[in-house]
Design a protein around this ligand. Sequence first.
Ligand code: TRP
Ligand code: ZN
Length: 869
Amino acid sequence: MSVQAKRRADYLPPAFSIATVDLHITLHPTNTRVISTLSIKRQGSHTDPLVLDGDNLPVNSLKINGSAISDDSNEAQFYELTESSLTLYCELDAFELTIETTISPENNKALEGLYLSGGAYCTQCEAEGFRRITFFMDRPDVLSVYTVTVVGDKSIPMLLSNGNPVEKGELPDNQHFVKWHDPHPKPCYLFALVAGDFDLLCDTFTTKSGKDVALELYVDKGKKAQGDFALASLKRAMKWDEDVFGLEYDLDIYMIVAVDFFNMGAMENKGLNVFNSKFVLADQNSATDDDFFNVESVIAHEYFHNWTGNRVTCRDWFQLSLKEGLTVFRDQQFSADMTSALSNRIKHVRVMREHQFAEDSSAMSHPIRPEEVIEMNNFYTVTVYDKGAEVIRMFHTLLGADGFRKGMDEYFKRHDGQAVTCDDFVSAMQSASKLDLTQFSRWYSQSGTPTVTVKQNVEQDVHTFTLSQYTAPTADQAEKLDLYIPINIELIDSNGNHYTDNEGVIRDGMLILNEPSITFTVNAPEKTLIPVILGNFSAPVKVENALDTLSLLTIFTHARDPFNRWDALQTLYDRCIKQLESAPGSAISDAIWDGIKQAIKHEKHNVELLGECLVIPSFETLCQTRTGVKVGELARARDAFCRQFSKALKSELLDVFNGIARVPYNYEQTAVNQRRCKNVVLAHLARLPEHENLVVEHFENADNMTDTLGALKSAQYSSKATFDKLMTTFESKWNHDPLVLDKWFALHATQPSEDIFATITMLCEHPQFTMGNPNRVRAVIGSFAFYNSEKFHAVDGSGYKYVTDYLLKLDAINPQVASRIVTPLTQWQGFAQEHQVLMKQQLGRLLNHKGLSKDVFEKVSKSLAYDKH
Ligand code: TRP
Ligand code: ZN
């Protein structure tokens, strides 16, 4: 395969500008005509030809200033067409270029460019999809003002594009048109077009300066009642961005369209967001508390992009975290304000530990600002998004909320309307900070997860603490530099008294680890001191802190930082599971169970923290604190721990369960916390056969999807007969609703049952399943590969083979989704040799496959090449 990697270091500014784009698009399922008129200007003094991207597009006609040009190279002006580009030899410095091309939305199964979702036309251009619609300089630093005329059959009543509608009318042959104008110059990845017959929800928002904005939400016919929550969330997000960042919306109309076929979560196209319907539609019967949470956070995320992404965009795709890390941070802050800071923080730390740490130790390891890319779609990663957000959070921690706001104001003052770099962001932040951010900015260029190690030494009542940092070499980078790491720290004794250091390296509870190691001392005669590190997960690092059980329980009882308290129990559980790995069949000590009983008693009235504390680290999280994982052994140890947990704590768990009264459903934080805690506890109780009826009752009495799903998850530990019976009841009730059915698909796919492949095959043949819909594929195949670790990693290699067989078929229609699902297969480094061999065998099959997409090729080839190091 001939694929060329692009490097960040090779950036060159565009050779031409395109100030205006006039698009005239006549929709047809297989024969959509796109006429594009561009005003081109040469930049600087050079004689290079104009090179436009175009992905397998025909040139029907091409005109310069109105005169037709051909591909005859004997002419003074001519063009050259390849599979991926159109080169125009023309010596003019400024001219108008008109190109007509034709595309086939109906045959576009990759869901990139213009495609049909259900019956509706829609577009997805980020990152490089615009080149599948028309010829253009498809790069984010070419900003243009767009005027778009959408022409379609009258059977398609709604014809939408970015900005404001400026004209509409009837045309011959039963056609009509709407013309749109977007006054804000934008890169082509923010272009959007949607055409179809939708139900429409309307609302308005008045900005703080008194401008009325029309809000329009387009959903599938009959789904109107499921749109209210999204619309209300949008208004909350608009208000929050005004209150917290002083940022107002800048057009007269804000449209959101929900579609069923979508590769990702949602897309922030200027004034016309397109959403995966799963992040819009929600009502009490069909949506869980998590669904409501996700809808609100994705709605906010895309809205916040209007400033961080659209008004100020990226110079090139290596800078993706400039908009994504920042916007994720903003949506996290918003969610924390709307719901709860603690449960949000825990949620995001789980994502880091489960997925980002895994990526950072794999062959795909990359800094939040990558250096080298083959397929850009592969870099919409947990590293760029979530670690990127952690880096922004550290700015926020270091500068304080006010300093951060000052830095943001400066960023917009300097760069509104521009396409900029991460360095530009850092330098705006620097202007608002007294700190020197030079070393801090290494977080942008260095990949890998640092480990912070705590060492303690006592001599004559003087405690000496040493914190050191180490980042292991990664697949992409052999040399690592010292990072600037903000570490929230508390020092407590066994009674919970707090201490501070003699040297004053700890300030306001924070220590900056900016050298290989830092040492400080504390005077505490006749005391045991416990270092409590990384409060609120103040940096995206791993911690090694050798604390005994008693110290962990002391942290739980006495630390001020609630995140540390939660984390102490997570560490304790991890320890217990390690014991059961090295001594299978051994018993966890009563001292530990007594400690956890105390903890439950202590937090009886704080169901939010209690619920989170009773969650055992996931299998995937446990993998990150181990090497050479033997999946069967770890899974058995985790299982054994969970069973002992249920037995030892049975009466406490039952008390918690029965102590939370059932109240009529509402999506309100207190009720959310209660349901969460209750369902977590139920899953523990379900491990004991005598509680099967409790699970069934919970299922039968549920008046909301959160409890229904909680019961079904618990039933995964019940007898097969009960699980099957509840699942069948659920399926017949929700058969008509694919978004709900996805939950059912995922539950089946994550069941570690003996006949899992028969089950998955049955799911793939379900009338609601289609390989063309990414939500279905993720629910079945994605859930299996990511979360059915026991069966995916079966030592006979059957799980790896099943997924690979599937990916070979999927890759031919949707490479982007295939490339995401291949991830677990590429992360073989953490597993024992017996797994590695089998995983690489399947990676080899993929690599040898003729016609493999460059998406999958990039990940698979990197993964196999890493082996040779
Ligand atoms: N920019 C989108 C976001 O809000 C991400 C996105 C949506 C995307 N669709 C995509 C990225 C397709 C790549 C390809 O995060
Ligand atoms: Zn985003």
